[in-house]
Design a protein around this ligand. Structure first.
Ligand code: KG4
Ligand code: ZN
Length: 336
C-alpha cells in the first residue's frame, strides 16, 4: 500500500485527507459547516445533510491536491464513532463504498483514538512522542483524561460528569451575549478583563480522581450576569481562569494516577478545540514543567476535528495488521 484516504464526519467538520504510509499529508480538505450558526449549536440533521452534500467534492479535491488517482489508494479509513450518528453513517458508508469499489481494506477509526494518537504524527510534536503519555482531550463534545499506553491501549482515567469544557465555554459565552462557537469570543473578551474581580467556583478541585464538572461554574456565571453588578470582561476572565485551574488540577491527579499504576508518562498532550485557549495551555504547561514531564499541544488545525488524524490512527492500526470488515457499524457511543 502506498496511499490512504481518510474521512472525518462525526460532528460539524466534513474533511478528507490523503496520507502516504509514512504519515506524510499529501492532500487535505476541511469544511467547517456554517449552516448551524443561526441555531447557536450543531443541529444533527443539518450536519448529516451537509456532510452528504460536501463529502464527495472534498474527497475529490483531496485526491487532486495529492496528485494521485483513486485507483492508487491502498486503504480507506473513516471515523465510525463516537459522534452524531447521521454524519457518521454518511462518512463511513462513503468510505466503505470507496474501499469496496477499489478492493482495498476499510479501517473504522474511533474518533477519540484519532485525537489520542494525533501528537505522534510526524512533524507535529517537537520531540518524538513515545508511549505512555497523558492526553487531556478538551473539546466541545469530549472532555476526558486518557492514559495512552500504546496503539489500542487506552485507559480512560476520568472525564466530565456533565458538560464538556468547550460546551461550558459556549454556554458561558451565550450568557455573556457572545456568538457561537463562544470559546474564541470569550477568550478575546477575557483578555481585557480582571479575573480577580469576580469570585467563581472551581468544581471538584482537589477531589480524588480526575473527573470534571462544569455545570456549577456555568450556573455561577448565570447568577453573576443576572445580578448585573460585574463587567462582562471580568466575568469572562474569571470563568476562563476557573476552567484553566480546574483542568490543571485534574491533569495533576491524572498524572498521579498513571504513576501509581506503573505507567509513568514522559509527556502530557492537550488536544481538542479548548486547547486553542492560551490560558488553558499555559496552566497545563506550567503543571507539566512542575512535574518534570514534557508538554505538547499540536497545532490548532490538528487539535480540532480533521481527517489527517483519522488517517494517522488508521496507519498506526494498519501497521499492526489491523483492518475492519465492511459490516462494522457506525456507533454514536464508542468508549475507548
Ligand atoms: O474540537 P472541537 O473543534 O470540536 C469538538 O467539539 O469536537 O472543539 C470545539 C470547542 C467549542 O466548544 C469551542 O467553543 C471551543 O472548542 N474553543 C475554545 C477556543 N477555541 C475553540 N474554547 C476556549 N478558547 C478558545 N480559544
Ligand atoms: Zn473531536
Amino acid at each position: 500500500m502506498d496511499y490512504l484516504l481518510a474521512i472525518e464526519s462525526s460532528c460539524d467538520e466534513t474533511a478528507a485527507a490523503v496520507l502516504d504510509t509514512q504519515g506524510r499529508v499529501l492532500g487535505e480538505t476541511l469544511l467547517s459547516q456554517m449552516d448551524h450558526l443561526p441555531y447557536g449549536g450543531v443541529v444533527p440533521e443539518i450536519a448529516a445533510r451537509a456532510h452528504l452534500a460536501h463529502l464527495p467534492g472534498l474527497v475529490d479535491k483531496a485526491l487532486r491536491r495529492a496528485g494521485i488517482e483513486a485507483a492508487a489508494l491502498g486503504a480507506v479509513a473513516a471515523s465510525t464513532g463516537p459522534g452524531l450518528i447521521g454524519g457518521l453513517i454518511v462518512g463511513s458508508s462513503f468510505g466503505k463504498g470507496f474501499a469496496l469499489s477499489l478492493g482495498v481494506p476499510f479501517i473504522a477509526v474511533n474518533h477519540i483514538e484519532a485525537h489520542a494518537l494525533s501528537p505522534r504524527l510526524p512533524g507535529v510534536s517537537e520531540r518524538e512522542v513515545a508511549f505512555p503519555y497523558l492526553l487531556m482531550l478538551v473539546s466541545g463534545g469530549h472532555c476526558q483524561c486518557v492514559a495512552v499506553e500504546g496503539v489500542g491501549r487506552y485507559r480512560r482515567l476520568g472525564g466530565t460528569i456533565d458538560d464538556a469544557a468547550g460546551e461550558a465555554f459556549d454556554k458561558a459565552a451565550k450568557l455573556l451575549g457572545l456568538g457561537w462557537p463562544g470559546g474564541p469570543a470569550l477568550e478575546r473578551l477575557a483578555a481585557t478583563g480582571d479575573a480577580r474581580a469576580v469570585s467563581l467556583p472551581r468544581p471538584l478541585l482537589g477531589r480524588p480522581g480526575c473527573d470534571f464538572s462544569f455545570s456549577g461554574l456555568k450556573t455561577a456565571v448565570a447568577q453573576i450576569v443576572a445580578r448585573g453588578d460585574a463587567r462582562a470582561e471580568d466575568i469572562a476572565a474569571g470563568f476562563q481562569a476557573a476552567v484553566a485551574d480546574v483542568l490543571a488540577d485534574r491533569a495533576g491527579h491524572a498524572l498521579a494516577m498513571m504513576r501509581q499504576t506503573g505507567s509513568a508518562p514522559g509527556l502530557m498532550v492537550v488536544a481538542g478545540g479548548v486547547a486553542a485557549n492560551a490560558a488553558v495551555r499555559a496552566a497545563l504547561r506550567t503543571l507539566a514543567d512542575a512535574e518534570g514531564i514534557g508538554f505538547s499541544a499540536p497545532p490548532q488545525r490538528l487539535c480540532t476535528d480533521n481527517a489527517v488524524m483519522v488517517g494517522w490512527a488508521a496507519l498506526e492500526r494498519l501497521r499492526l495488521g489491523e483492518a475492519d470488515g465492511l459490516a462494522t457499524p457506525a456507533r454514536p457511543r464508542w468508549p475507548l
